[in-house]
Design a protein around this ligand. Structure first.
Ligand code: PLP
Length: 396
């Protein structure tokens, strides 16, 4: 019998994908340069040369069986050791290969972490607005997704709202900084505040509340510090991928880190391995695991994103839009010019502007502009953003 839940998941289309499909169809109709598609988080910066060099080197030097064969389920030991060494250099930690499990991207990292740390019937707190797939992954683990609103002005963590969202069934909290969709980066003091709250809660529990730090945008920042969360809160599992930092979203490679400094690590890491086994996510792509080892310290090129961000912010400032100051990731979180963000996005379509309404991220009244696009898209869209704002000004 077809699984009705899975059928619904597949049949319901994601709003982001729907807008992207509309953009493709519209480009075919009126020309690509006349449509301003800000829907997807697909990096617009090419993968660094070091990625191609690594692939060419592997193809030339590594025998086919080793190159294309199954790797151990958690990943190639040397690759995991290279990642651990890189983290140790950057964050002063003492991780080893045994602390890392290679995955098929952050989607698998977060899914494995959830299945490992959360039992059916428990609750997972997310910070709204949140990446919509979190709800799917949480519910797939048999748990309930509980929303804690971020601060409504700054979109930073609201410790009070998180406190109110925690119940005795709370097993984990997911945070995502630099944030999709707001671009906010959580400063050290905010994370320390969260750690204090969780430690206070843990003092009357048998098992701690785990923090799942989903960090695919860690390297995409414009100067803000992105603190190393396990150094602030012991019971943190880090989920990472190279989709954004090395512009490799189609290659599906990332990792879960269960720090050896976490008291529960001897049981958590086998649970992550068990979750990967149960979900069928073992053995991340072998060639790209090798790319990770070769490119582990490769810096992310954020110049183009910074230039896009700055140009877009200048244009939106001039047109009178309000937005959250983006310190990282490649999304701008802009206040909708009418309370119904979906209606606003519908109006924007008349100007060939295609942002995503905030309702899909769990809050009303905002839009997400993904500025990981060619600079011409930003430049070309500016008159349209101005005209859209004028239309609303004329209505008042
Ligand atoms: N988490 C967040 C916050 C994301 O924005 C994304 C992708 O956009 C993912 C996880 C999934 O990343 P990946 O493509 O590496 O699976």
């Amino acid at each position: 019998m077809i699984n009705e839940t899975m059928y619904q998941r597949g049949a319901e289309s994601s709003v982001i994908r729907e807008i992207f499909s509309y953009a493709c169809a519209r480009k075919a109709e009126i020309g690509a340069d006349r449509v301003f598609d800000f829907s997807l988080g697909n990096p617009s910066v090419p993968a660094p040369d070091a990625v191609r060099e690594s692939i060419e080197h592997s193809l030339a030097e590594v025998p086919s069986m080793a190159l294309h064969g199954y790797t151990p389920a958690p990943g190639i030991p040397e690759v995991r050791a290279a990642v651990a060494d890189s983290l140790n250099r950057r964050f002063g930690t003492t991780y080893t290969a045994a602390d890392l499990f290679m995955t098929v991207g952050a989607a698998a990292s977060v899914s494995c972490a959830l299945h490992a740390l959360v039992s059916p019937g428990e609750e997972v707190v997310v910070i709204a607005p949140f990446f919509p797939e979190y709800r799917v992954w949480i519910e797939n683990a048999g748990a309930t997704c509980v929303e804690a609103l971020a601060d409504p002005e700054t979109f930073q963590l609201s410790i009070e709202n998180i406190r109110a969202a925690i119940t005795e069934r709370t097993a984990a909290i997911i945070i995502d900084s630099p944030n999709n969709p707001t671009g906010a980066v959580y400063p050290r003091e905010a994370l320390e505040g969260l750690a204090s709250l969780l430690e206070e809660e843990n003092s009357h529990r048998a098992e701690p509340i785990y923090l799942i730090s989903d960090e695919p945008y860690r390297e995409i920042t414009y100067g803000a510090e992105v603190p190393w969360v396990p150094s602030i809160y012991e019971h943190t599992v880090v989920c990472y991928s190279y989709s954004k930092s090395l512009s490799l979203p189609g290659e599906r490679v990332g990792w879960v880190l269960v720090p050896n400094t976490m008291a529960g690590a001897p049981r958590v890491m086998p649970a992550v391995a068990g979750a990967a086994r149960a979900l069928g996510f073992v053995c991340a792509p072998a060639l790209f695991q090798r790319v990770v080892a070769d490119c582990v310290d490769e810096p992310s090129d954020v110049k183009a994103y910074r230039a896009n961000r700055d140009e877009l912010c200048r244009a939106l400032d001039a047109a009178g839009y309000a937005y959250v100051q983006p310190d990282g990731a490649f999304y701008l979180w802009v206040r909708s010019l009418e309370p119904d963000a979906a209606a606003f996005c519908e109006r924007a379509r008349a100007y060939e502007l295609l942002p995503v309404p905030s309702d899909s991220f769990g809050v009303p009244g905002w839009i997400r502009i993904g500025y990981c696009v060619a600079p011409e898209v930003i430049r070309g869209s500016i008159p349209a953003w101005q005209a859209l704002a004028m239309e609303y000004a004329d209505r008042r």
